[in-house]
Write a protein that binds this ligand. Sequence first.
Ligand SMILES: [Zn+2]
Length: 310
Amino acid sequence: MTSPELTGCAPLDNLALARGTVDRVTRRRTDKDWIDAAWKDPRTRVLVVHDGHALVHDQQELVFAAPQEAPAGTRFLLGEDTDGTVYFGVSAPLGAASGPGVATSLREVGALLSDRDAGLLTHAVALANWHDTHLRCPLDGTPTVPDAAGHSAVCPKDGSEHFPRTDPAVIMLVTDPEDRCLLARNAAWPIRRVSILAGFVEPGESAEQAVIREVAEETGITVTNVRYLGSQPWPMPRSLMLGFRADAPAGQVITVDHEELAEARWWSRAGLVAALQAGELALPPSVSIARHIIEAWYGSPLPSTWTPPR
Ligand SMILES: [Zn+2]
C-alpha cells in the first residue's frame, strides 16, 4: 500500500491563510459591557483595513492603532490573545491610521506574516469586504446596522438578521494513470502562468460534485476518486477554497473550454520542473492553496512563482 505522503494526498497543513492564534471569543460578541471596556483599554489593538489592504511594517508585521487613534469606520471584534490583548478591526481608509507601515494587500503579505498576524488580517479583510458590499437589507433595502460586534447586521425596519457571506470554491489537482498532473492557463492570465483547475460550488451542489463538473466543463476530462485535502479562506473578496485531488482514468482527450482556459495539458514531474527552471512556466505564489497542492503532488518545493497582484 502506498502511503498518502507519497501520492500527495496527505492533509494539507501550514496553509498561509489558514493560520491564526487569536481566540475569536464568539461569546463576547454580544457582551456590550465587555466590548465597551475593551475599546477603552489602551492595550487594545486596532487593525485598519481598506480594500483588502492594511499597513504592514517591513513586509512582515501588521501595524496596529490604539482605539483612540483609530479612524471612524465599521468596527468589528477580531478576538482576544492569550496575553489578554483584544483586537478589533475597522474598515476605513488607511491614510487615516497613524504609525509607520506601507499599505499592503493580503495576497502580497499573507505568507510572510506571523501566524497571529496572518489570522488577524485574513479575518479582518473578510469582514471588511462583507460590510463594504452588503450595506442594505436584501428584503426591503433599508440600511442595516452592524450587530454581534460586527459579525452580523440587522435590518432596523423588519428585524431580519444577516450574516457574512462566504462563497465556497473547489480547487483540484487531477492526475492521469502515469501520475502526471493537469495544469492549465486561465484565459485571462499572461503567458507562462499555470495552475490547477478551480471553480465555484453552485447552489444545491456538493463540493465533490463541483470538482467533477468543473473538470469536465473546463477540460472535457471525467474524474473519479475525488478526495478532500484541506481548505483555506480566500477573502478576495469572499471565497473559501476547498482543495481536492482527483483521478482521470486512461483513454481521455483534453478538450479545453476556451471561454475559461487558454490551454491545459498533462505534466510529468520531470517535465514540470524543467519548464519551471527554464522560465517557461510560473506557478501561483505560496499564499495560495494551489501552490501547496502542486508541491504536495511533486513531493518538495518547486521554483518559479508569479508575482502576486497588489
Ligand atoms: Zn429589512
